[in-house]
Design a protein around this ligand. Structure first.
Ligand SMILES: [Zn+2]
Length: 69
């Protein structure tokens, strides 16, 4: 991640864990300190949705198998 002030290189100086990870970064060039957030892109609801979709597809395949045979 680059510095928002001078686009210089930054290094992590601290972090707070959890579902959302917060990091404190410091620019090696100008010394500017800023926080960043790292979060899970696909949440639990999205997983549930994908599971439901795959269940529906499975049923559809089973139906098709019976029709063919
Ligand atoms: Zn900087």
């Amino acid at each position: 991640m680059m510095c928002p002030k001078c686009a210089g290189k930054t290094s992590v100086i601290g972090s707070v864990g959890g579902l959302v990870r917060e990091r404190l970064r410091r620019c090696t060039k100008c010394g500017y300190v800023f926080p960043t957030i790292e979060a899970i892109k696909f949440d639990v609801f999205w997983k549930e949705y994908l599971r439901d979709i795959s269940e529906i597809n499975k049923k559809d395949f089973e139906k098709r198998d019976k029709q063919d045979g």
